[in-house]
Design a protein around this ligand. Sequence first.
Ligand SMILES: Nc1ncnc2c1ncn2[C@@H]1O[C@H](COP(=O)(O)OP(=O)(O)OP(=O)(O)O)[C@@H](O)[C@H]1O
Length: 502
Amino acid sequence: MISNDAELFYAKSGRDPLRMPLLRTDSFRDIDYTLRRQFNKETFRPFQREIILAALDGNDVFVQAATSFGKSLCFQLPAVIDHGITIVISPLLSLMMNQVEALRSAQVDARTLNSNTPLAERDYIYQDLATGHPLTRLLYVTPELCSGEHFRKRLRLVHEQKELARIAVDEAHCISEWGHDFRKDFKRLSWFRDTFPDVPIMCLTATANEKVRQDILSTLGLNHSQKLKIFSTTAHRPNLHLEVRFTSDEANDRFDDFVTWLKGVYSRRAEPSRKSELEARGERVDSVPGIIYTISRDECEMLAAALRQDGIGARPFHAKLTNREKEETLAKWIANTPGYGIIVATTAFGMGIDKENVRFVVHWRLPKSFEGYYQEAGRAGRDGNASYCFLYYSREDRDRISQMVMRDSGGGPGGGTERNNNVAARQESLRKLVAYCEDTGSCRHAAICRYFGEQAVPECDFACDWHKDPADLKRRMAAGLASEEWVSTQREEGRYDQYWSD
Ligand SMILES: Nc1ncnc2c1ncn2[C@@H]1O[C@H](COP(=O)(O)OP(=O)(O)OP(=O)(O)O)[C@@H](O)[C@H]1O
């Protein structure tokens, strides 16, 4: 039964009452006011307004947008305005926790239900859902939890009361077996559309090619939706300066090269005019927030220790540290605490990290996928200021990483179409990343946009190594890499069969 007020609202807004749970009043639809009051932001970024209005109009929405675009706001703001609860499905506990903390400090009743949730909080959330009229506005959950009958029963109850406002699937590329981060449990999210055909779904990702996008839409049952709105914006991040640095096992010069670069940055920051500008912003001359991605725990620990010995504040971050150690490192890094300028991380530290002033991201080794490279580099420059992303590439690493990708996928094809598709997709993604590294004839930004299926060539204001000096790029590659002949002899002798444990 829909109240008169609500009927009036629907008549005014043109929204279909059967399509959406009840709403509050018209005044709550002042999205600019909510942006300022609740989210403490002055203006929408390009396309955020359109996406939010499409969601508030009860549409299913697919959002593909660059890293740091501000995708979270696109479901968080409607969740604050709409009546009922929004369920946010997210693959990473750290990502959920960061978002919940930020929302709670903005006075939004957001919670998370996952394997780490304390018992008392878990009980509270289940009781809140059991009322059918939950007070929680956003509930962050893992895809695994959504498969459990206990949780599903509670959601049915909430839905019967017309209080299930929306399902938001963050990092939606994890749904697709054609994607780099495929998670089996994301496939089971088809349950939502099957069970609640009237509840809108929003899915968001920074890394989907056409095949992945189609897979996401069909898995979630959105491909035949009459009310689907697709927003696809460029992957281009113009403020990131992209560079490949070539090396080899024999040269083994990453450490010296990096330290020389970093000390050069420190001395430029120490110049009088720059120094006073930095100090006015509360920044230190000899500390630049950054992330170095390594491929293994051992390398991560050793590199952080070596940098500290050189007087550079660097801390390791990997899956084997205790939760307490990880939380402390992250908090101190975010607060720009002396000694915590650089995080040396394995890929356990990736999606969703949202520190605005990260000035560089270095890939110490070749990442395992193109998407992983883009996601991780995307942690840099989230405040829009110029930031550096460089990747150390060697052909020996290329062969080792290929071995690792084969090993991760169980040695190759065999074991079901889904798995075979994923193995093939991951190998293809790595192949394209290798081609990107060895390409000395085109803009890095253009190559990234091409990878994600964009036709238009983005503008690059000398923000990549090719645009800066194409001849130097060619020269550096020729001088820096081991020859294919050498690498293939070594490979035949099994020299690259050993790989790292991550
Ligand atoms: N309209 C806005 N005005 C100012 N800041 C904004 C606005 N929208 C979002 N932000 C900020 O931009 C940052 C990035 O947002 P968010 O974490 O949602 O990015 P994202 O698109 O999910 O990126 P990624 O895919 O890289 O994780 C956050 O710090 C967020 O608070």
